[in-house]
Design a protein around this ligand. Structure first.
Ligand SMILES: [Zn+2]
Length: 168
């Protein structure tokens, strides 16, 4: 699959061929149809390690890309509520699922909390980036089923609509 990857901070991303991933047991594979590019991404790509060394980027070369939307093309063996063809927005928030905060539903206070395809909040985010190395600036990405927001299934609504709907 094609993916835009950053090899060094301050350089341009390069569009390259990389292997298409398989989803893990609780993950889905999404064919990305659109992806946001927020203004702060320029800072992430050019200045982040200098400005916020305590908030790690995904290890380079990395696929960035926040707020992707598309459709599911494959599901992991423990995914039951989603199927191929479902249109989804992928929330970038990633968490461990097993800590006290996660078990209380307070995911944003998980010490592993990470913005997939963007940056993490502590060294623990490196474990999350290892699990989910694919941001939205690629043809396909894996995503945990907990991160999915359903798009409209009626014909004529685009993945972009799903993204906009999820933000309301
Ligand atoms: Zn947690």
């Amino acid at each position: 699959m094609k993916a835009a990857r950053l090899h060094a901070v301050g350089e341009s991303m390069r569009i390259e061929e990389v292997p298409r991933p398989d989803p893990g047991p609780n993950d889905v594979l999404v064919r990305v149809r659109s992806c946001g590019i927020v203004p702060n991404l320029a800072n992430i790509l050019a200045n982040w390690p200098t400005w916020f060394p305590e908030r790690p980027q995904p290890p380079l070369p990395a696929i960035f890309g926040l707020d992707p939307a598309g459709e599911i093309v494959a599901v992991g063996r423990q995914v039951h509520a989603w199927k191929a063809g479902d249109r989804v927005y992928v929330n970038p928030g990633r968490y461990c699922g097993g800590c006290r905060a996660c078990r209380a539903g307070d995911h944003i206070n998980c010490t592993y909390y990470t913005f997939n395809g963007y940056f993490g909040f502590s060294e623990k985010s490196l474990a999350i980036f290892k699990d989910y190395p694919y941001g939205g600036l690629a043809e396909y990405m894996t995503a945990p089923q907990y991160s999915l927001v359903p798009g409209r299934s009626a014909r004529g609504n685009s993945a972009r609509d799903a993204c906009a709907q999820a933000r309301r």
